[in-house]
Design a protein around this ligand. Structure first.
Ligand SMILES: NC(=O)c1ccc[n+]([C@@H]2O[C@H](COP(=O)([O-])OP(=O)(O)OC[C@H]3O[C@@H](n4cnc5c(N)ncnc54)[C@H](O)[C@@H]3O)[C@@H](O)[C@H]2O)c1
Length: 259
């Protein structure tokens, strides 16, 4: 028996990066994956990759997780196709970095909407179905929600991801009476298409800071997805309200060299 056999998993941001890796892995673990992304064609590619491996996936249409109607249609398509929802993995996000004194308010609002409102909208739409299935929620925070950074100026991102961690704890509280678990995964620096456009671009100073990751490397999508599979599976039946940091020790250990 696979670890997610027969579970219907709604995963946002499946066009690339951690979302694509999650879709592929959840399907390989036996889940019926309902994906979605603004980049619809690439999300369909993910669906084809899953089908090629013998898995089951559906990508109903272009998804905008910041749009209430789009999210609600996505959830309804999932329920129509598979009869319910067991796992919600609110992974999609987009960010605008920049120092507090030189960025327009629109950048702050964009980031909050893409990284925080999106999670709330997704969970709110799926909630009645999660109540029925006694399902589980995975949110994606960040070490940015736990620590400040001298190198990466990111007030909006820190605020949105800190709020996702707090939101998850509240969802754990409100979900517990219904048998719904809610946990957050907070990645550190992960090599994806998204991070290559900013923090991991060739000339970004964060590349040098990454030398201080105690486990000696930048993470990959599978590092995050391994944690996600565990938290979504019955192995985590007694875990809710957690924030599992997946960062190679980056946020826990001060920079330095061993003697
Ligand atoms: N990569 C990192 O270093 C890192 C670190 C910490 C947290 N995270 C978080 O992990 C999650 C996944 O990030 P990633 O690195 O895979 O990024 P990515 O940019 O490679 O992938 C994000 C996906 O989300 C989609 N998306 C963005 N806005 C959307 C919207 N409004 N509606 C639907 N889809 C939308 C994008 O099109 C893209 O396919 C995000 O929540 C991100 O904040 C990433």
């Amino acid at each position: 028996m696979k670890r997610l056999d027969g579970k219907v998993a709604l995963i946002s941001g499946t066009a690339r990066g951690q979302g694509r890796a999650a879709a592929l892995r959840f399907a390989a673990e036996g889940a019926l994956v309902v994906g979605g992304d603004l980049l619809h064609e690439q999300a369909i590619e993910t669906q084809h990759l899953i089908a090629r491996e013998g898995g089951t996936a559906l990508t109903p249409g272009p998804l905008d997780v910041t749009d209430e109607q789009s999210v609600s249609s996505w959830v309804e398509e999932a329920v129509d196709a598979f009869g319910g929802i067991d796992i919600v993995y609110a992974n999609a996000g987009a960010v605008r970095f920049g120092p507090v004194d030189s960025r327009p308010y629109q950048d702050f609002a964009f980031t909050m909407r893409a990284e925080l409102d999106s999670v709330w909208l997704t969970v709110r739409s799926a909630w009645p179905h999660l109540r029925r299935s006694h399902g589980c929620i995975l949110t994606v925070g960040s070490t940015a929600g736990l620590t400040g950074s001298l190198t990466n100026r990111r007030t909006a991102h820190s605020a949105s991801k800190g709020a996702v961690i707090a939101l998850t704890r509240q969802l754990a509280a409100e979900g517990a009476p219904h048998g719904i678990r809610a946990n957050c995964i907070s990645p550190g620096l992960i090599d994806t298409a998204g991070s290559r456009t900013n923090l991991l671009s060739d000339d970004h100073p964060m590349r040098a800071i990454a030398r201080h990751i105690p486990l000696g490397r930048v993470g990959g999508p599978d590092d995050v997805v391994n944690a996600a599979v565990f938290l979504a599976s019955d192995e985590a039946a007694y875990i809710t309200g957690a924030n599992l940091v997946v960062d190679g020790g980056w946020s826990a250990v001060l920079p330095g060299t061993s003697p």
